[in-house]
Design a protein around this ligand. Structure first.
Ligand SMILES: Cc1cc2nc3c(=O)[nH]c(=O)nc-3n(C[C@H](O)[C@H](O)[C@H](O)COP(=O)(O)O)c2cc1C
Length: 513
């Protein structure tokens, strides 16, 4: 039995995986290119079912798709084309680049180190042109491989403690994360990356679901062992991290096939050898849920964290009007997205920034966010170059739609330092940090709250990316010196933990004329 309720393990993991000026310099780790892991999971013995290759255009504006969701009980079921679109635009290969060591296959969503440790599996009843089954998505071949034939949705439903969205979903996607694929570069900090990289992928998936008229809900509460067993993954290497219920049908799934037998399927080894980082497996085990009753008690009742009224100068957000709002469709924006490698130091405008923040923070449908609209992460900004906003450090008051200025000044050098001494955060127009008070979160959700807070940050960060690219701006996720970030935004941020960072601005490649 695991003890999710004792959050000491999450604290230990969090503290042990902080970056600092010293930790970066004293870490002897290097990337062993001769042992680089494969970026794909390959089942060599299973037949491939090719997915339709054409990307249908919904025409729905990205800035609407990321901000809205379809009502939970709207009857809608994806067909195979819609499934292809959901998979391609969340985890598909959108670009290839050759380098001296081979080719990098870039995907629809940003991912730390382009290591792509998130795998997608489908659990569905019979769908137009797709038989009921459990499938693995193979992005390289753009197809599905069937791991189990038959309707296994009931197994997922029981694992998810009768979660209503899973109960009525014709299709659920299971996102798993593979330790070694990301730990090859990031070592034990990889467990944080699971949340980030799964989250950016989900930002795309949720937006595409909305554009397709499908209700979608992220489910973080489930009996880990049951879901891992359904996929027959080796939980020492690969673990289910989140589920997404997609669509809604009135009928509940039929009883599950009698037994979930091991599949014993061959997969291609990722590397010649794998290194183990026990700390993150301990973090995962300690945040595991063991029974449906535990899952039911886990979800919802999000701590509503008190945010004191502003005491410093404030600036109201001024999002673009509907008439001014770029209407670039979600499909185009996702295909256009790619992390900015060099920012032009040109300013963006307050309406552009306001639109990004406003559209990205309108709520995520998730089992750990109840009442709807609840949010675990707070946004703190370092503004370098935003017309209408003096340079400085700000905190976003979401309920009031305004920014409170914590200190004015040119903080380009500070931002460069905080973002792990990189040029990108110094050159961007604005850096958006996510900080969270882990104390009430871990108190309510136990160690699994750590998964939720990282995942939420990844989803919001993914939405920031899309909101920037929808306005032809650039963005990149970044990593950071944990405690220095908190110190920079204190006293306001005292006691909070740094969770995520996205830099936004014009790309040097597409500088405004
Ligand atoms: C959470 C997160 C953190 C990242 N951190 C950095 C970083 O510190 N430095 C950097 O240059 N790129 C960073 N990136 C960008 C990734 O390297 C990039 O997403 C990956 O190479 C895939 O490329 P693409 O986003 O252009 O598709 C980060 C991305 C994410 C999602």
């Amino acid at each position: 039995m695991h003890d999710n309720r004792n959050p000491e393990v999450a604290w230990t993991y969090h503290n042990a995986t902080k970056h600092s000026y010293t930790s970066i310099r004293s870490n002897p780790h290097f990337m062993d290119w001769s042992n680089q892991p494969l970026p794909f999971k390959i089942y060599p013995t299973l037949e491939l079912l090719r997915l339709p290759g054409e990307v249908r255009q919904t025409g729905v504006a990205a800035l609407s798709a990321i901000a809205e969701s379809v009502l939970a009980d709207t009857n809608a079921s994806p067909d195979l084309e819609a499934i292809a679109q959901l998979l391609y635009l969340s985890a598909g290969i959108t670009r290839k680049r050759s380098y001296s060591g081979g080719e990098i296959y870039f995907r629809a969503a940003a991912c730390t180190g382009a290591l792509y440790e998130v795998e997608l599996y489908l659990v569905c009843g019979g769908i137009a042109n797709l038989e009921a089954g459990v499938y693995h998505f193979a992005p390289a071949e753009f197809g599905l491989r069937r791991l189990r034939a038959g309707d296994y949705r009931r197994v997922l439903l029981e694992a998810a403690g009768d979660e209503p969205a899973i109960a009525h979903a014709p299709l659920s996607i299971i996102c798993t994360c593979t330790y070694w694929r990301n730990a090859w570069k990031y070592q034990a900090r990889t467990y944080r990356h699971f949340g980030w990289d799964n989250g950016t992928l989900l930002a795309n998936l949720l937006a595409v679901a909305t554009a397709l008229g499908l209700p979608a809900r992220v489910v973080c509460g489930f009996v880990d062992a049951s879901v891992n067993r359904l996929l027959d993954v080796d939980p020492q290497r690969e673990v289910a991290f989140s589920l997404v219920a997609l669509g809604h049908v009135a009928a509940l799934p039929p009883p599950a096939p009698a037994e979930i037998s091991p599949l014993g399927l061959e997969t291609v080894p990722l590397s010649q050898r794998e290194e183990d980082y026990p700390l993150m497996r301990e973090m995962h085990a300690a945040s595991s849920l063991d029974s449906a009753a535990e899952v039911e008690a886990w979800r919802g009742h999000t701590p509503m964290i008190d945010f004191p009224p502003p005491t410093e100068p404030i600036v109201q957000l001024k999002p673009l009007s509907d008439a001014e709002m770029p209407r670039d469709p979600i499909e185009q924006v996702i295909q256009r997205r790619g992390s900015t490698r060099k920012f032009a130091r040109s300013p963006i405008t307050l309406p552009q920034l306001s639109t990004i923040i406003d559209r990205a923070t309108r709520g995520v449908p998730a089992d750990f966010l109840d009442p709807p609209g609840a949010q675990l992460n707070d946004l703190y900004l370092i503004v370098h170059a935003v017309e209408g906003l003096p340079p400085g450090a700000y905190v976003f008051h979401r309920s009031r739609g305004l920014l409170e200025c914590l200190k004015q000044g040119n903080f380009r050098a500070d931002a460069g330092y905080l973002g792990l001494e990189q040029e990108l955060p110094a050159a961007a127009a604005v850096n958006i940090f996510f900080l969270a008070d882990l104390r009430p979160i871990l108190q309510r959700f136990g160690n699994r709250g750590y998964r939720a807070v990282q995942l939420e940050a990844g989803i919001l960060g993914g939405k920031l990316y899309l909101a920037a690219y929808a306005q032809r701006l650039g963005a990149t996720g970044l990593t950071f010196f944990d405690d220095d970030v908190t110190r920079f935004f204190s006293r306001h941020a005292e006691g909070k933990s740094a969770i995520f960072l996205v830099a936004v601005g014009y790309s040097a490649k597409h500088k405004p004329t």
